[in-house]
Ligand binder design. Structure first.
Ligand code: SF4
Length: 398
């Protein structure tokens, strides 16, 4: 690990935000109830991270990440490459070597007291999950939530962690003084697959129950149906089941997007795919080998599949902050696109944990120019979908 054995007080310009000095490492510990996981407790120098919008608009957002690494261990996680800055790898180390900013709430309070703080909305959960299992041990979030609310700062939380239920009274209290937007990330509604692709996460049923608990507490809660995994979770049956169960749980809105794979994530994803679905490796290579995002024709196909299902279940489409990838904060009803209109219209590209959030189809990554894709016999460009084994344009897996 980069900071072990280093001189106390040595500054590192290449460290992650809030960890610029390796003197912040207090100790590394293990606990019997977290088999295989090591917690690296650090004293962070900062809590608020300023992030520019990914759409080139010049706007920005603010995020807080109490943890680095995430024991939820989603194979597709967008944040995996960030762990390499600490000389961990983006695979098992990301899942098991968890950096804990034990003083994050105290540092945050100090930063929020600055006269220059403009109470810009702050997003949690856009890089690593603030309600991963470690939060049960460290209980950092109640202090963070209270600090934000007492300073008059709106905030959002995106999580896969059912541990959020513990903090519902604190969140309800916070919502009396500032806008609070909550979203539960639930991408896979097949239990066996969910355990394969997100092995450290609570079950889908437990997360849906958390959505219900949030709504029963009187707060809004969106469901992030992300990432949709091409040829795996994009069947009509799976999407209908997913959106129907989100609606039944009381979700305020649903956001969806196809898988995106940053270069640092691809080795882990393809390793998993090769072990579990070798039949899909060629198709994924054709889609992602030279691209981070799914091809436009695939995303267009996905949008056309999802929109009527959303409409059938009476759900709108949430708005996303272009800088943080969290829920937006303007008038809540304005976030809901009438279901008769294109679900993606007007939204901007942004990055959130593990995937690309929905964007205008015109703004999404261009169709790949990869020779592999052009040559891919399984991909029918005219149909915008893979071919069946029989060469037909309507794919068997859809
Ligand atoms: S996608 Fe989210 S929940 Fe999953 S490992 Fe990454 S940060 Fe954790």
């Amino acid at each position: 690990m980069r900071w072990s054995g280093q001189a106390i007080g040595a500054e590192r310009g290449d460290a992650l935000p809030g960890l610029e000095s390796n003197s912040g490492l207090v100790r590394s510990v293990t606990a019997p109830e977290f088999a295989g996981v090591t917690f690296h407790e650090v004293l962070a120098k900062s809590a608020l991270n300023r992030v520019p919008a990914a759409n080139g608009s010049g706007t920005y957002g603010w995020t807080i990440n109490p943890y680095r690494g995430c024991s939820h261990a989603c194979v597709y996680c967008f944040a995996r490459p960030t762990h390499t800055y600490l000389e961990f790898d983006g695979g098992a180390d990301f899942d098991q070597q968890i950096v804990v900013k034990t003083n994050v709430a105290d540092v945050l309070r100090r930063e929020l007291r600055r006269p220059s703080w403009d109470r810009h909305p702050v997003a949690l959960g856009t890089n690593t999950d603030p309600y991963q299992r470690a939060e049960g041990r460290y209980r950092l979030m109640p202090g963070v939530i209270r600090a934000l609310a007492e300073s008059g700062t709106p905030f959002s939380i995106l999580t896969k962690g059912t541990l959020l239920r513990r903090d519902l009274p604190v969140l309800v209290e916070a919502a009396r003084s500032v806008p609070v937007d909550l979203a539960m990330s639930i991408a896979v509604y097949d239990d066996e697959l969910q355990q394969q692709v997100e092995p450290g996460t609570p079950t889908t049923a437990a997360r849906l129950a958390t959505v219900r608990a949030i709504r029963d507490a009187g707060l809004e809660c969106s469901v992030f149906l992300m990432p949709v995994l091409p040829f795996i979770t994009d069947t009509r049956a799976h999407l209908d089941d997913a959106i129907g169960r989100a609606a039944d749980a009381g979700a305020s809105s649903v956001m969806y997007s196809a898988l995106h794979l940053r270069p640092g994530v691809k080795p882990w994803w393809f390793s998993w795919l090769d072990r579990t679905r070798p039949d899909l490796v060629a198709r994924y290579r054709s889609m992602y080998l030279d691209n981070t995002y799914a091809p436009t024709d695939y995303r267009r196909w996905l949008a056309e599949r999802v929109r009527p299902i959303l409409r059938d279940h009476g759900l709108g489409f949430g708005r996303v902050d272009p800088a943080t990838g969290s829920m937006g904060f303007s008038d809540r009803q304005a976030h809901l696109v009438p279901t008769a209109e294109p679900a993606h219209a007007g939204t901007a590209p942004a990055i959130t944990n593990g995937y690309r959030v929905p964007v205008s189809l015109d703004e999404q990554s261009r169709p790949t120019s990869s020779p592999l894709k052009r040559a891919d016999p399984d991909w029918d460009r005219r149909a915008g979908a893979p071919r069946t084994a029989a060469g037909q344009a309507v794919p068997t897996l859809f």
